[in-house]
Design a protein around this ligand. Structure first.
Ligand code: ADP
Length: 316
């Protein structure tokens, strides 16, 4: 009723009136508030309203639907009404859930043999001297296994987020020190780039240090990965009105602005990049989720051929 009232207040319509055959009835979703926020945002800005919800059919079964509403505007740009559709997406949803389940099981099962392989390669390296040709092969194998390990970890984290099982280990720590250490570590492996930090954050932060470090590593490795022809990465840290703000800027290939609102989605990759750079399209999805869980926000700006800047803000 609350939801219907909203439709009534703002559009003069209600879900009851929208259904013409008595097929659909809205149920009370747990995250109603979030949906209302989305709807409110659309009403204010005139942006498309997109929502996925389970709706009850007349036979009592619940099925997933995609609701999509587009604002109709007059010549002055005032919203004069909305045109919307409800499309049943139950089958796609089931397939998506099966895919997620498979990824979750597969990545979980891959972890143990990968850890074992990593440990044996380390042992093998210990038994070989540097001049030995086999040491080179073992080092290459080590890097490949590490890469595989990182990919599996990304998949596993993404599955955990989907299932609400990503655990956080909250402590109070020196944020600035964490940033310095992370940059120092990244600089050791990034041979072709110089990472320069400006600014400082003096306040300590309460949060999951490892997860926040993971965000920074993601942004730094993207900045390096997507700027193959440039050698600068700038990191800025500052405190501003009760927040710590971090930005990571590169001068690489960038992307056109139309991608900016999608790059934080799961598996989203800019099409033109996908053929040339490895990745799963999960790093930014994980990062923005981690920042949201810390009650912070994350955003980006980019220009094709000029570079990108990724920022996040955390409350202190
Ligand atoms: P991936 O593993 O593909 O890098 P991410 O989630 O980290 O996944 O990034 C999503 C997409 O956003 C990337 O595939 C890339 O197209 C784009 N992207 C991310 N960071 C940058 C950057 N610094 N410069 C240009 N494009 C970027």
């Amino acid at each position: 009723n609350f939801f219907n009232q909203y439709f009534l207040d703002y559009t003069g319509l209600s879900f009851e009136e929208l259904k013409d055959d008595g097929m659909l009835k809205i149920i009370f979703p747990e995250d109603l508030e979030k949906d209302l926020e989305l709807w409110h945002h659309s009403l204010k800005t005139g942006e498309d309203f997109i929502m996925e919800k389970r709706l009850r059919h007349h036979d009592g079964t619940y099925r997933w639907h995609l609701s999509h509403a587009i604002a109709q505007k007059d010549e002055q740009g005032n919203i004069i009404g909305w045109i919307g559709s409800n499309t049943e997406i139950e089958e796609q949803k089931i397939k998506e859930q099966q895919k997620d389940e498979f990824i979750s099981i597969a990545s979980h099962e891959m972890r143990t043999p990968l850890t074992t392989a990593k440990a044996y390669i380390e042992l093998l390296l210990l038994s070989l001297t540097e001049e030995n040709q086999n040491a080179l092969y073992a080092t290459k194998a080590k890097h490949a296994v590490q890469r595989l390990h990182d990919l599996v970890a990304e998949l596993l984290d993404a599955s955990k987020i989907q299932n609400g099982q990503l655990n956080y280990n909250i402590t109070t720590f020196d944020f600035n020190k964490m940033v310095d250490e992370t940059i120092e570590n990244m600089q050791l492996t990034a041979k072709n780039h110089i990472i320069r930090k400006t600014g400082i954050a003096l306040q300590r932060i309460t949060g999951d240090k490892d997860r926040l470090q993971q965000v920074l590593i993601n942004l730094l490795s993207n900045a390096i990965k997507y700027s193959p022809k440039d050698d600068k990465v700038f990191v800025n840290v500052e405190e501003q009105s009760g927040e710590i703000r971090v930005s990571v800027q590169d001068f690489g290939i960038g992307m056109s602005r139309k991608h900016l609102d999608k790059i934080f989605d799961r598996y989203y990759r800019v099409e033109e990049h996908a053929g040339h750079f490895q990745g799963l399209g999960l790093g930014l999805y994980l990062s923005s989720n981690i920042i949201q869980r810390h009650k912070g926000s994350m955003w980006a700006d980019s220009e094709l051929g000029k570079g990108s800047i990724f920022c996040f803000a955390l409350p202190v």
